[in-house]
Design a protein around this ligand. Sequence first.
Ligand code: GRF
Length: 194
Amino acid sequence: MVRVVVLISGSGSNLRAFLDSCASGDIPAEVVAVGADVDAAGLDHARHYGIPTFIEPLERGAARDAWGERLADRVAEFEPDLVILSGFMRLVPAGFVHRFAPMLLNTHPAFLPEFPGAHAVRDAFEAGVAETGASVIVVDDGVDTGPILAQRRVPVRDGDTEETLHDRIKVVERELLAEVVRDIANRESAIEEN
Ligand code: GRF
């Protein structure tokens, strides 16, 4: 079973979908901990499943690299096979990336390399594009520049608000993440069997 640590910053609706899919067996993975940089509402989803949570705040003006090392130590305590950033709104420092990549994924609500960064949905919405998308990437030292593992187009509909568009994108993010983690889990078990 693939051991997963998920990092969030917000409502954690994608986390909840992932937890539900793991609990149902739809994704052959076990979330062993959920961490956040703030007391995120989404941590309640982990508590719902009795999964350990931790908060590693980035204090204003604090050294990012030192925070990255503390965060990495917290994550490493749970001996993850895979770390997933799911609505984690901080750029993880290079030291963190090098500690876990390539087993360090991020879901992004755009069709990368279109609309990188923290406001992807707003940017696409304001650009007036007819379609945007969702992507799952391996995190590297850049901002949403890592290798793309899965991505799919999402149409922008007449009457959409940024919120209705984001909700439609999140559904696809969850499906892509499930596909990627299922693939990783199947490859891991295939390697272990040989
Ligand atoms: C997701 O769209 C994620 O890709 C983006 O922020 C959103 C998180 O939503 N970085 P939630 O916290 O899972 O509801």
